[in-house]
Ligand binder design. Structure first.
Ligand SMILES: [Zn+2]
Length: 267
């Protein structure tokens, strides 16, 4: 790897850290119905406005040794972890997809899914704003891709996903979760259905099958583990968005291989 390439990846990682910092604001404020832009970030404990140093992703937390400078209250480790996760996500997506529209497309999906998963874990809701933003962005990507095809721009600006497949994926995801809601009566919510419509749109029909399959496997594994540990009863509704998010991560990076493995298993 040359110097310029290394520098590019460091830049991408740092850009990811900044987006992670923004995602923290989204996770914290969106469920409370607060503006994402104003007022500036403050300590959740004492309300003191954060200074420039505190706002540096990752480094700010380390310099403060995980405590608020004013009230000494511990800062949740979740903040730097989210920043680090998004930094790594940016790096992984751009290494895998290079500098193409596909990279931005899947990055948008996974970024929104990480936020949704964390909000679902804490508040048991899937915010409509996030799903709506994701769908709008997805449509915008297809418009850019169509323009790139029409005006013969670089091939990097053309999506490898097909729009028809995206519609099929969105419909399939919605219908399957709707059936589960009807059959299980409360095992899943409308939020899961909207989220699966979003995921189905981004990953297409085959991807939807992989995501649902993996999502249920992850959900079952964690559910059984918690039941054995006696942490939940069979009746507790568990948030499903985190499993769908994790399954989507697998689909984006290893979807083709998982599909091949699954088909071989059946034949
Ligand atoms: Zn404080």
């Amino acid at each position: 790897m040359g110097w310029s390439e290394t520098a590019a990846y460091i830049f991408i990682f740092m850009l990811g850290l900044c987006f992670g910092s923004f995602l923290n604001v989204v996770i914290y404020r969106l469920p409370l119905g607060q503006s994402l832009i104003a007022p500036p970030s403050s300590c959740p404990s004492c309300g003191k406005q954060l200074g420039a140093v505190e706002l540096i992703p990752l480094l700010g937390y380390l310099l403060l040794k995980g405590r608020c400078r004013y009230c000494e209250e511990k800062i949740s480790i979740l903040y730097p972890l989210v920043e680090l996760a998004v930094g790594c996500l940016f790096l992984a997506v751009f290494i895998n997809f290079k500098l193409t529209i596909d990279a931005f497309y899947y990055l948008t999906l996974l970024f929104i899914l990480l936020g949704t998963a964390l909000i679902d874990l804490r508040h048991r809701i899937v915010p409509n704003n996030l799903v709506g933003t994701g769908l709008a962005a997805g449509l915008a990507f297809f418009l850019i891709s169509a323009a790139a095809r029409y005006f013969s721009w670089s091939g990097r600006a053309i999506l490898s996903a097909s729009f028809v497949d995206s519609i099929l994926g969105a419909v399939a995801g919605t219908v399957i979760i709707l059936l589960i809601i009807l059959v299980s009566r409360g095992g899943m919510g409308a939020g899961d259905m909207k989220l699966m419509a979003l995921i189905g749109f981004y990953v297409g029909l085959r991807g939807t099958a992989v995501v649902l399959l993996l999502g249920f496997i992850f959900g079952a594994l964690v559910g059984i583990t918690f039941m054995i540990l006696g942490r939940v009863s069979r009746k507790d509704a568990l948030p499903f968005a985190p499993y769908l998010a994790l399954a989507s991560l697998f689909q984006v990076f290893w979807g083709d291989r998982i599909w091949e493995w699954y088909i071989n298993l059946l034949s």
